[in-house]
Design a protein around this ligand. Sequence first.
Ligand SMILES: Nc1ncnc2c1ncn2[C@@H]1O[C@H](COP(=O)(O)OP(=O)(O)OP(=O)(O)O)[C@@H](O)[C@H]1O
Length: 301
Amino acid sequence: MVIETNNLTFNFGNQTVVKSLSLQVPAGSIYGFLGPNGAGKTTTIKLLLNLLQTQQGDIKIFGMDFAHNRRDILSQVGSLIEQPAIYGHLTGRENLINRALLLQVPEGRVDEMLALVKLTHAAAKKASNYSLGMKQRLGIALALLSDPKLLMLDEPTNGLDPNGIIEIRELLVRLVRDHGKTVFISSHLLAEIEKMATHVGIINFGEMLFQGPIKDLQSISQPMVQIETDNNVDAANLLTRSGYKVIDVKDECLNVAFESKQSTAKINTLLNQNGYEVYSIHKVQKDLENLFLDITKAPAK
Ligand SMILES: Nc1ncnc2c1ncn2[C@@H]1O[C@H](COP(=O)(O)OP(=O)(O)OP(=O)(O)O)[C@@H](O)[C@H]1O
């Protein structure tokens, strides 16, 4: 794991904004850290970057205990939180050269970074004249100058138009695929993250509500046949024995993985032939956005 937290908890006064958080961010992943406004994402990122002092719990980054290896760890982490620290009166290249001097990074990296974030054509333009998307990309180039293994980005697509979002997405995918980085990116929009993330963590009120590979989240949103019978438990057993994939059984209904209309009709016939009364049978599907809303609308504890 590149990032691992155990029982991470943080309070602002008497408000607990991060609650027993156990993050698991695998190496080489694009980890989407999702949650509505005020969920605790920025606070968590600040704890991971030591911009806030940990009050409770442990953080391990690159397998090292954060409390005892802070310098070592942070020298291998690039970050972008809130607005990128850019000087508007300097050009894109000058901004990068300044930082390269500060970090004692060879100046050759500057042109490499400009090319990587597709700003070579605008290198000599004043940063104040950059679009929001260009500023974000320059911010990412600044974060990448020291060639960190891990990039942490707090809502980097906030306020960007669809093109700007696509450019950032493509850049992050390239960084992971071609440069072996791990990317930790927060957002309050699942739709933005879904297309690039390999893993997601969904938090609300500081608590982890779902964490795992994106495909696990997608599999919860697979289409299902929802069936209500006079005996759902026995009907589910019959369907399992007959080779259908029963997803769950509740008092009021049972859910079977949807295969086709024809297979749904066969399920109906099978149940009827075995003496079950079928009160309703229909296809249901939650799209990811609705799933996300469902997961995050739980009331505060
Ligand atoms: N400096 C602070 N002092 C007191 N409370 C704070 C402070 N910073 C954040 N909070 C509170 O902590 C909670 C979590 O805020 P945080 O900024 O971490 O959420 P977030 O998920 O990043 O939200 P957003 O998507 O809006 O940026 C919120 O209730 C917020 O009001």
